[in-house]
Write a protein that binds this ligand. Structure first.
Ligand code: GLN
Length: 471
């Protein structure tokens, strides 16, 4: 019996090298665990029937001595990342039967490394949500407490990893969708610098914000995945060329800024206490903690909820009952559009299409959209200014711990508040890592997050590993 709970990517790799088990045996162990646990968790929407064949190919690489760290590692993939020949539904009825005609760049890279794709995971419809409750395919449960949500929108990937029915997982972030579920499920989640990892082959939500983002059981695992995926890709016009990624190497990376003023938006008491304890641990480990002010960041959610729906409304225009996916018949073209979109999209997707169409409409464009774009620039500028003085910005990842299934569904604004600390990194494009920081008396995970300057994921891995040591 392989002890799946104890495995990390590096440990599994070592065991595969030593011949303690094969890729096929490892994949088979996960498939067995999936059979047992997935009916309750609903982390996966589909298990790929070629998983064992993929594992055989990986075993061959070990025999040929061409295996690398990720060869044979069983992955869970969010349902909005294209894998050629497989369905990618983005958690929506409108794409229920849509089969991808090509591989996303991240999938191509993972295939080259010889990973095993176990299946595609549940998510909020088109990645809109913070709890994986807006999926057309039912809710996903948090493996730590199955009466609670796993977070979202990448909740299926988080639940798969935390429930030991995958060894690694990919999600996507537009605003917190990997860091927040990492926090709720006790995982590490990395939102890379915008432009570091290719978006080619990702079903778009808000293009100027979307980023493929890895989950890991520990910091090293997210680092391994990031190192493989981070590269320039000509297929994505927003992918940053290698020569523009160069960063100056700082000698001192010990100064952490905390924007306490952001706490005024409301943080649960136990989350605030855990945050203070984490700060004390960092101080003891030799870090200098200073107060910083990033005043415009308090408007980041307001700006996000204008920019994102604007992009959503244009991105989702292509789902019209003619070109892609679900189609509902009608007497003329307009009726096909209307009824396909009305029946194919869920409530949250429809809400955001309406909002986005409104903020982009003639007469409101300047009042809303253009203003939000200006606020976004201010936020980016103040964060870059803050980084002239500090190496990291530290906040809690989410103002609360995992909430109960069904909660917040009738109050979208309280759901949106889950992202209060995530939004500044997404809007400014800087990288951010969510790290487990202990458990509540109820046994629910706490989490803190660090932001670093653009392309300084290395700093996040460095402090992340240090924080793991001092837990
Ligand atoms: N909670 C965010 C939203 O609802 C999550 C978006 C995301 O990161 N995909 O928009």
């Amino acid at each position: 019996m392989i002890d799946l709970k104890k495995l990390t990517i590096e440990k599994a790799h070592q065991s595969l090298l030593n011949g303690e088990f094969t890729c096929r045996e490892l994949t088979a162990a996960y498939l067995e665990a999936i059979d047992k646990k997935n009916p309750e968790l609903n982390a996966y929407l589909e298990i790929f029937n070629d998983a064992l064949l993929q594992a055989d190919l990986a075993d061959k690489k070990f025999k040929d001595k061409t295996a690398t760290l990720l060869t044979g590692i069983p992955f869970a993939i969010k349902d909005n990342i294209l894998i050629q020949g497989n369905i990618a539904s983005a958690g929506s009825k409108i794409l229920e039967n849509y089969k991808a005609s090509y591989d996303a760049t991240v999938i191509k890279d993972l295939k080259k490394a010889g990973v095993v794709f176990l299946g595609r995971t549940n998510m909020d419809e088109f990645a809109m949500g913070s709890s994986t409750q807006t999926s057309a395919y039912g809710v996903t449960r948090n493996p730590i407490d199955t009466s609670r949500v796993p977070g979202g929108s990448s909740g299926g990937s988080a639940a798969a990893l935390a429930g030991d029915i995958a060894l690694a997982a990919l999600g996507t972030e537009t605003c917190g969708s990997v860091r927040e579920p990492s926090a709720f499920c006790g995982l590490v989640g990395l939102k890379p610098t915008y432009g570091a990892v290719s978006r080619h082959g990702i079903i778009a939500m808000g293009n100027s914000l979307d980023q493929v983002s890895p989950f890991g059981k520990d910091v090293r695992d997210t680092e391994i995945i990031f190192d493989l995926l981070s590269r320039h890709d000509e297929e994505d016009s927003t992918s940053v060329p290698e020569d523009l990624r160069k960063v100056t190497n700082k000698t001192n990376s010990k100064k952490i800024g905390v924007p306490w003023h952001l706490f005024s938006e409301g943080v649960d008491k136990e989350v605030a206490e855990n945050f203070k304890e984490s700060i004390e641990k960092l101080k003891k480990a030799g870090y200098e903690i200073v107060d910083i002010e990033i005043p415009y960041s308090k408007y980041s959610l307001a700006a996000y909820y204008i920019i994102m729906p604007a992009e959503v409304s244009t991105n989702l225009a292509r789902f019209d009952g003619i070109r892609y996916g679900f189609s509902s018949p009608g007497k003329d073209l307009m009726e096909v559009y209307k009824s396909s979109r009305a029946k194919g999209f869920g409530k949250e997707a429809r809400r955001r299409i309406l909002l986005g169409t409104y903020v982009l409409s003639h007469g409101y464009y300047d009042a809303y959209y253009n203003k939000a774009i200006k606020v976004r620039e201010k936020i980016k500028a103040e964060i870059m200014t803050a980084f002239q003085n500090v190496d990291y910005i530290l906040t809690p990842t989410v103002p609360m711990t995992a909430f109960k299934l069904g909660e917040k569904m009738d109050n979208p604004v309280s759901m949106y508040l889950c992202d209060i600390f995530s939004a500044p990194a997404n809007l400014s494009g800087v990288p951010s890592i969510a790290l487990p920081s202990g458990r509540s008396t109820e046994g629910l995970p706490f989490s803190i997050q660090f932001m670093a300057p653009h392309f300084r994921e290395d700093l996040l891995f460095e402090i992340g590993k240090k924080f793991e040591e001092i837990q």
